[in-house]
Design a protein around this ligand. Structure first.
Ligand code: 26W
Length: 824
């Protein structure tokens, strides 16, 4: 009987139309006669959501029945972007939906663009988590994402008078992609005290009592795989006050205000995503977010494991938990607490289970980004966890002392507790000690963590604990969805869309490099993508840019280490050169549009100054009649995932120019090359492996190497340094007021001129502008340029996140794909 009534997924146009109309008229209670694009988006999204949920249910049943080891990906950030287009493509019904919407009087692009980005992340780390979810579902891995359901995602950026202004991103008004699970809740405790007790067998146990309790409510987001029925789950926790007596007691006692205040305090935990990227500020609310999310997720994972009635020692055979940076490190402590305090396992047995369950991925070597929590704060908020951390540390240091009896200060160096005032808990050390494997995200980065920040741990734990898994991106969103025409052209040559599931197949494209029709289409597609971006630029900024000019793009979070200042100084250099030319000569340079985009953390003053300078330079250059089309400077406001989908396919060259050794990997570099753009970059992060794959004749590398950075910084420090002469002229122009009051930029210039120049802007400047000239020269020869682009795309197969997930699954998680039988 159940089977007779169970829902069936739609497959044809007429069924989509029926579902669409049903949702408009009933779910949304609207009339078809006043159905605007937003309503149309809602209708079609709800129809696809229903479809996903049917597959989601079946996937859960299959995975429960298969009873295999599962992957749990813990990330404080999931930068998902829009869901509708992705859902339609992954399910394979976008063309059908397009016709259905057409019948109903809508253009699918307009409907898709109604959707608000799900922007629960800052940048690279959060977007990587989103790509991983797509690949895990596509490869049929039983996998769960766990995160926080922030009421406010990353802020929206507006540019007012050249300055960044932050607008709250309230995105939950209408979100058809989440399912509240009011029946799936976990109570999470904070503060309170710890008491020792003896149990009936005479053992000492620890009871954590008192304090406050906050309720975590699950919200589930379906994650459809591409070309497979697998639809995995992303579970996001939302905080609310525990229902019941406590509040009612206060309320009945007439203390209405404080009852409401308690409720608000609880809801504050999941209210807002911290907008810092690569900066740790040590705020208590952030620690609360971390514990709230770890405790709820672990409770859920343990509950699922217990349903299988297995012995505890089988836990690591059933559960792999990956920590996306150190933000979820408390999960290690929480599991140990559950096993020892609640399940009453012996310490050593519990610790064995814990250390075979977790893996830790490091995403940054910047010292200011490494998480440390003050001991007094942790003592107050999580008293039992601090005790457990002390015990973990004690046993760890004892083992180190035994093995290195003569090294006098190794214990202080590797202790989880830093002996500062106040004392601090070093989360990365705790993550390493509690994990089975530690990985970096590109080869250079993985080498650097082994030789610098984690060197002692390589000596102590052995080199096998540390490995590399180079990042990747999902070709579904970053090729097929972002650049449908290019995807279609490739499919027409390779005989289908198989490359979307096996990106290495792209290599066959090299066979068509001399195919005239193919090349012509290739160039036309790039021009169309640039024209589309030019249209957006015109609407957003009022500036008209020429789509035939060289589009030079740098879009990413604004940070001194990423060196947007190097780029804008280079732009000013170019401008001064054009101005100095005899008007007759001005036909020579290649016309260029320099496009910037990215958000600065609201408290990061230097990054905001860089944004201000870019906008000031733009308004001077763009309005200078001497320059015309030769140079335009554009700042695209509110860079986010959906803007990236428009911008990546429209670039000729993109900039990935971090100081060598500072950018762990970078992933937008991969997106740009996959979309037929070239790169100007430093020998940093994944740029190095991209070069190895595509060939050094196809990339514009410049600048000092990571191994030289320390020595160069030393030289600056001891004053043995002279500002690059071209850069000096740029600085003179700024100081002369060419771009507004020089005081506005004094601190920025001084960060380069003074004794430090920590990010080596001056050291790399000459090499940068010379390499930009090589870019001009190469672009003049359009045929050779096209050769480079096609060859590069053909060699990008390595950077699929499917390859990345397969590596994690085989070398870290030891998890198998679900056998989907013949139907797949
Ligand atoms: C505690 C504040 C904070 C917030 C976020 C510290 C650090 C982070 C992230 C780890 C920063 C981040 O996003 N790192 C980026 O991770 C990407 C994915 O691996 C890499 O491609 C980027 O190079 C790296 O900067």
């Amino acid at each position: 009987a159940w089977r007779k009534y169970s829902a069936k997924p739609f497959t044809q146009k007429s069924e989509i139309e029926l579902e669409f109309v049903r949702h408009i008229e009933t779910t949304l209670a609207r009339s078809l006669f006043n159905c605007d694009e937003l309503a149309a988006y809602s209708g079609i999204a709800l129809a696809f959501r229903d479809r996903l949920i049917i597959e989601w249910n079946k996937t859960q049943q299959r995975q429960t029945f298969a009873d295999q080891k599962r992957i749990y990906y813990l990330s404080l950030e999931f930068l998902m972007g829009r869901a509708l287009d992705n859902a339609m493509l992954n399910v394979g019904l976008k063309d059908v939906a397009k016709e259905a919407l057409g019948d109903l009087g809508f253009r699918i692009e307009d409907v898709i663009s109604q959707e608000h980005d799900a922007a629960l992340g800052n940048g690279g780390l959060g977007r990587l988590a989103a790509c991983f979810l797509d690949s895990m579902a596509t490869l049929n891995y039983p996998a769960w994402g766990y995160g926080l359901r922030y009421r406010y995602g990353i802020f929206k950026q507006e540019i007012v008078d050249g300055y960044q202004v932050e607008i709250p991103d309230y995105w939950l008004d209408f979100n058809p992609w989440e399912f509240p699970r009011h029946d799936i809740t976990v109570n999470v405790q904070f503060y309170g005290t710890v008491n020792k007790q003896r149990d009936t067998q005479g053992r000492t146990t620890h009871i954590w009592q008192g304090g406050e309790t906050v309720q975590a409510v699950a919200y589930d987001v379906p994650i459809p795989g591409y070309g497979t029925p697998t639809t995995n789950n992303l579970r996001l926790w939302s905080s609310k006050a525990t229902s019941g007596e406590f509040n009612f007691q206060k309320f009945n006692a007439g203390d209405y205000e404080s009852a409401v205040a308690d409720e608000q305090r609880a809801e504050t935990i999941s209210a807002v995503l911290y907008p810092n990227d690569n900066l740790e500020r040590g705020k208590e609310l952030r620690l609360k977010q971390q514990y709230f999310w770890c405790a709820a997720s672990l409770y859920d994972i343990v509950r699922r494991f217990k349903k299988t009635k297995r012995a505890w020692n089988e836990f690591p055979d059933q559960v792999a938990i990956q920590l996306n940076d150190t933000h979820p490190t408390l999960a290690i402590v929480e599991l140990q607490r559950i096993l020892v305090d609640i399940e009453v396992l012996e310490w050593d047995e519990a610790w064995h289970i814990v250390t075979h369950t977790f893996g830790y991925t490091n995403h940054t070597v910047l010292p200011e980004a490494l998480e440390k929590w003050s001991v007094p704060m942790m003592q107050n908020l999580l008293p039992r966890h601090l005790q457990i951390i002390y015990d973990i540390n004690l046993f760890f240091l004892q083992s180190v002392e035994k093995r290195f009896p003569t090294d006098r200060d190794i214990l202080a160096r590797v202790s989880i507790i830093e002996e500062s005032h106040p004392k601090m808990v070093r989360m990365a050390y705790l993550a390493i000690i509690g994990s089975q494997k530690v990985n970096g995200v590109a080869e250079l980065h993985s080498d650097l963590i082994k030789t610098t920040i984690f060197k002692d741990f390589v000596d102590i734990c052995g080199p096998d604990k540390f490995t590399n898994v180079t990042n990747g991106i999902t070709p579904r969103r970053w090729l097929h969805q972002a650049n449908p025409r290019l995807s279609e052209l490739i499919a027409s040559k390779l005989g289908g869309y198989g490359f979307l599931k096996d990106l290495a197949l792209l290599e066959e494209l090299e066979d068509f490099i001399n195919d005239k029709e193919f090349r012509k289409s290739w160039v036309e597609i790039k021009l169309m993508n640039k024209t589309r971006l030019a249209k957006h630029i015109k609407e957003a900024t009022g500036y008209q840019v020429n789509p035939n000019a060289l589009f030079d793009v740098q879009v990413k979070r604004i940070h001194e280490y990423k060196r947007q200042q190097l780029n804008i100084f280079g732009v000013i250099h170019r401008y001064l050169a054009i101005k100095a030319m005899d008007p007759k000569e001005r036909a020579k340079p290649v016309p260029r549009v320099s496009i910037f985009g990215g958000k600065a953390a609201p408290g990061y003053w230097m990054a905001k100054t860089i944004i201000h300078l870019i906008n000031k330079v733009a308004s001077v250059i763009n309005n200078d009649p001497d320059v015309g089309d030769l140079l335009k400077v554009i700042f695209v406001a509110d860079y986010n995932v959906s803007k990236a989908e428009m911008i990546c396919p429209a670039s000729d060259i993109s900039e990935h120019i971090s100081t060598a050794g500072t950018e762990a990997s970078g992933t937008s570099n991969m997106k740009f090359v996959l979309n037929g753009g070239l790169i100007i970059g430093t020998c940093d992060g994944a740029n190095i492996e991209i070069t190895r794959e595509i060939g050094e004749q196809n990339i514009f590398l410049f600048g000092n190497l990571a191994e030289d950075v320390e020595e160069l910084r030393h030289r600056h420090y001891y004053g043995d340094f002279k500002l690059d002469m071209h850069l000096a002229k740029v600085f003179d122009a700024i100081k002369g007021g060419m771009f507004g009051p020089p005081d506005d930029f004094a601190a920025l210039l001084s960060s380069v001129e003074s004794h430090s120049d920590y990010y080596l802007v001056s050291d790399d400047f000459l090499s940068y502008i010379e390499t930009q000239e090589l870019v001009d020269e190469a672009f003049r020869n359009q045929d050779e340029w096209t050769d480079k682009c096609i060859t590069s795309v053909a060699r990008m197969g390595f950077f699929s996140s499917d390859r990345v997930i397969t590596e994690y699954a085989e070398s870290i998680w030891n998890v198998e794909q679900l056998d989907m039988g013949k139907e797949n």
